[in-house]
Design a protein around this ligand. Structure first.
Ligand SMILES: Cc1cc2nc3c(=O)[nH]c(=O)nc-3n(C[C@H](O)[C@H](O)[C@H](O)COP(=O)(O)OP(=O)(O)OC[C@H]3O[C@@H](n4cnc5c(N)ncnc54)[C@H](O)[C@@H]3O)c2cc1C
Length: 400
């Protein structure tokens, strides 16, 4: 078993690390760099994105022929972790959710014409995108196939969409949308996926939902569809295969969350390390106290457990496996680890950890979504228990 990264991946990883240190951390440290939603200002983002692209550190998950680096999930795991040492990092490299997952699924399942029209502008940084699936009660949430209310009805060579969606990340800035709608009541064939542009009439952005954490660009929005017409050529994949599209997107997208969150968890410990290395109490540095060392050691170990689960899932995905078990285990574990690492860091930094002088409070508010978005932890555990019921002792196997 060899965990050594290939020389190519290692080269990208080192260059991403250097770029974050030299070009992104100074921006992150300047309060003037933040927009009203606690993310990097769009004018600054454009500049730093242009620089990342010029240095060949751009859309690393995408094919080289389309301007990426074709890294594969193992390479992405190594690089995305480095990117999220900064809270601004991933979006600067065009590796942030939801664009990253949207690019992935368009590249995997789109026709060449669809890739040219819908994918290439996202890769080029000219368009942002959203995935439009979740609905308010009584619609789709944890159980999208069973509960989706938004319908797409076929009329000749067009589809007419009616319904309501919410928590659609990035919708206020996006121009390319990937929409899931019910096209049939036939079990396992309920949903179909469509692509539409923001300028198409027949839908409305009702509100940007206020949330507890800092926001991605374009927020988390509620959208109403009232007769949106989509030509059949803008259907992604086959009729009734919406859940296949969802699984194709989410397998990798969930894991990229883990990759990024591990980078953020490491940064939280880094901030705590700086504080406890300097701060004294009762005649010694905090870092020299055994109880403090136990806290740091446990958080560091949790992060490494998350890295191993994430890397194994990444490797399995790269072998062509769906890696459903492995991705679910990584998602549950890393979501908890992120929260716990930041909580530990806040505790170690005392009152300062609770202040806005440090990034930890930003991270803490952000981290709460990790156990909800892209599948609540309980749903992933339910999936794991299904596998265990079916596979028994073979639940734990080696190999691809
Ligand atoms: C920050 C953020 C960004 C998001 N971005 C997007 C986006 O871009 N596009 C999009 O379509 N959606 C998005 N979502 C929605 C997200 O995918 C859903 O929140 C998630 O799938 C859960 O659905 P729900 O909120 O309807 O929860 P519900 O289905 O209402 O579930 C509520 C709770 O019930 C419990 N639960 C549910 N099922 C089970 C079960 N089988 N066993 C045990 N417990 C269970 C869980 O604890 C769960 O948290 C986002 C959500 C957040 C928080």
């Amino acid at each position: 078993m060899d965990f050594t990264l290939s020389p190519e991946i290692e080269d990208y990883r080192r260059r991403v690390r250097a770029f974050v240190a030299e070009r992104i951390l100074p921006l992150e440290a300047d309060p003037a760099s933040y927009d009203a939603h606690e993310n990097i200002r769009l004018d600054l983002l454009d500049k730093v994105r242009a620089r990342a692209r010029a240095e060949g550190l751009w859309a690393l998950s995408m094919p080289k022929a389309r301007g990426g680096a074709d890294l594969g999930r193992v390479g992405m795991a190594a690089c995305y972790e480095e990117m999220n040492r900064s809270i601004f990092g991933p979006v600067c490299f065009n590796a942030a959710a939801p664009d990253d997952g949207n690019m992935w699924v368009l590249n995997a399942l789109g026709t060449e014409a669809q890739k040219d029209r819908w994918l290439q502008p996202i890769i080029d940084g000219q368009a942002r995108s959203s995935i439009v699936m979740t609905e308010p009660h009584p619609g789709a949430g944890s159980d999208p196939a069973g509960m989706m209310r938004t319908t797409a009805e076929r009329k000749g060579d067009r589809w007419v969409v009616n319904g309501r969606k919410w928590f659609i990340t990035g919708a206020a800035e996006a121009s390319h949308f990937i929409l899931l709608a019910r096209t049939s009541d036939e079990p396992r064939r309920e949903l179909t996926t469509f692509l539409f542009h923001r300028d198409t009439p027949g839908w409305e952005l009702v509100r940007r939902i206020p949330i507890m954490g800092p926001e991605e660009h374009g927020g988390h929005c509620e959208m109403v569809f009232d007769g949106l017409e989509i030509p059949d050529e803008d259907r992604l994949h086959d009729v009734g295969r919406g859940m296949k599209v969802v699984q194709t997107r989410l397998g990798t997208a969930r894991l990229t969350h883990c990759m990024r969150w591990l980078g953020m968890a490491k940064r939280a410990l880094e901030i705590a390390h700086d504080y406890i290395s300097e701060r004294e109490a009762f005649g010694s540095k905090l870092i020299d106290r055994e109880s403090v060392q136990l806290m740091v050691g446990e958080a560091a170990m949790d992060i490494e457990i998350g890295r191993l689960l994430t890397m194994r899932a990444a490797w399995k995905l790269d072998q062509g496996d769906f890696a459903r078990k492995e991705v679910s285990m990584a998602k549950v574990q890393v979501a908890d680890t992120l929260h716990k690492a930041i909580d530990t860091a806040i505790q170690l930094c005392g009152a300062k950890g609770y202040s806005k002088d440090l990034l930890l409070e930003w991270m803490y508010r952000y981290a709460r979504q990790a156990r909800l978005a892209d599948g609540a932890s309980e749903v992933h555990k339910m999936v794991l228990s299904r596998f265990h019921r079916e596979q028994g002792l073979d639940f734990w196997s080696w190999g691809a």
